[in-house]
Write a protein that binds this ligand. Sequence first.
Ligand SMILES: N[C@@H](CCC(=O)N[C@@H](CS)C(=O)NCC(=O)O)C(=O)O
Length: 228
Amino acid sequence: MLKFYYSGAPNPMKVALFLEEAGLPYEAVPVDTRRGEQHKPEFLAINPNAKVPAIVDGDVTVFDSNAILLYLGEKTGKFMPPAGDKMRGELLSWLMFIASGVGPYSGQSVHFRNYAPEKIEYAINRYMYEAQRHYGIIDARLGKQKYMVGDTYTIIDMALWGWARLIPVALGESYWAKFPNLKRLMDEINARPAAARAVAVKDRHAFKTEFDDEAKKAMFRHMQEKVT
Ligand SMILES: N[C@@H](CCC(=O)N[C@@H](CS)C(=O)NCC(=O)O)C(=O)O
């Protein structure tokens, strides 16, 4: 059975959503990143980048949330435009846009707003600005069409859901007002039974909730290792 290495964080949740939407049987394997399990040799053999999510599907190993969505979409033919469809270019473009823009800028925005030991105005402003700029591009697109690619729900909407549903955390409570079209899509996805099941997957395991020194050591290694 497909093994899904995960935590309840935004990137694994995209994959949980796909697995639940597609009805694929899977075994959820917890990787408690606050306890440092991402650095264990057995997990590094699956993802040398020491991050979740990753999957092992028979003899195929895939890490990085958006690569996994593409792999599963291609494998099942679900939530994907058909092979050779003209939407393919759009699909790839938006997938990379989310992978290289939405995810990293949202993540760094959360980091500098909530976790950095000093409040660095320049960094907060840069990441907030770029995260908002990316969401603004998406919001404009969703003002013209119901879903990100074509007129059906695809892996791109799932990739977007991972971070965009957390806009109040990434940017601040008031920010939904700036992105009404994106909010409309997130509300629609949140209301899907598969989304509720995806969010509930983490309740199967006792993940550590405290963000204490052990968690900081595991997740913010730059705090102990100075770059020279
Ligand atoms: N590009 C990767 C990023 C994965 C990532 O940053 N995962 C976070 C959870 S959302 C993680 O594993 N954090 C633990 C750590 O940084 O030590 C993806 O899209 O899967």
